[in-house]
Design a protein around this ligand. Structure first.
Ligand SMILES: [Mn+2]
Length: 254
């Protein structure tokens, strides 16, 4: 075992049924993955709420691969998105992965990483900020845990659908505006606490931005969404890059 890092970041896959091309692609990619770290950056599943059996059954193939990877030494982190919520009880307490609800910093080799889902990027999005707070109240956690599973799935699917419409609507009208907001967020976050890489998703807009700091450049990369293009971010000691996932788990530089 050497000290070299090979960390992968994926976001906004929005996995639905097991027959979907992206499900098969992601599953194959996991089967072939060799990584020191895997960061699931949120909205991996189009819907996952709490620890209901429905989700564990539906996504068993994916979970089995993640368990295998963890056993073989890959450190797995899962950031909650707005389609996958209340993950701690199952994903952290039972499976042993690290679950995060907001931005976190990591030291990976020589790099300092800031990672976050990205749903807190837009301070003007007051409707969503309220919803995010509301969904994480004790009351809503209680509801999600104690309602019958079939009802949780039904309500969740409706909410997931409107959230996806909301996201794509807000973002498609204003891709340029979205990019602007991402860049403002990156600059602001850097001033609060320095990092070498900022990795996020949520807005469904692939973006590679560099903050100029003296004579060095700091990367702020948005992973976009697998609904448009199956991208992963790979970080090694030599640097980081976005790469496209194609069949049989191979990745190619973009
Ligand atoms: Mn999201």
């Amino acid at each position: 075992m050497n000290d070299q890092i090979k960390a992968y970041f994926v976001s906004d896959i929005h996995l639905g049924s097991v027959n979907e091309p992206n499900f098969i692609l992601f599953h194959q990619w996991l089967q072939n993955l060799k990584a020191t770290h895997l960061f699931l950056m949120g909205d991996i599943f189009d819907l996952w709420i709490g620890e209901h059996e429905y989700f564990k059954d539906k996504y068993k193939l994916i979970i089995d691969e993640l368990i295998r990877l963890a056993k073989e030494g890959t450190k797995i982190h899962y950031f909650e998105g707005n389609h996958d919520l209340y993950l701690k009880s199952y994903w952290q307490n039972e499976l042993g992965f690290k679950v995060h609800e907001q931005a976190e910093y990591f030291q990976l080799g020589k790099w300092v990483i800031r990672a976050e889902h990205g749903d807190q990027v837009d301070p003007e999005d007051r409707g969503y900020i309220f919803l995010r707070w509301f969904l994480r109240t004790r009351f809503m956690r209680f509801i999600a845990k104690n309602l019958p599973q079939s009802l949780v799935v039904k309500i969740g699917e409706k909410a997931s659908e409107s959230s996806r419409h909301y996201t794509s609507e807000v973002k498609s009208i204003t891709t340029e505006k979205t990019r602007e907001k991402l860049h403002i967020h990156a600059e602001k976050a850097y001033k609060e606490k320095a990092f070498d890489w900022l990795i996020y998703g949520h807005v469904h807009v692939k973006d590679e931005y560099y903050i100029q700091v003296g004579d060095k450049k700091v990367g702020a990369f948005n992973l976009g969404t697998w609904l448009k293009e199956p991208l992963v971010f790979c970080l090694e000691d030599s640097g980081g890059y976005l790469s496209k996932v194609s069949g049989l788990g191979t990745t190619t530089s973009t």
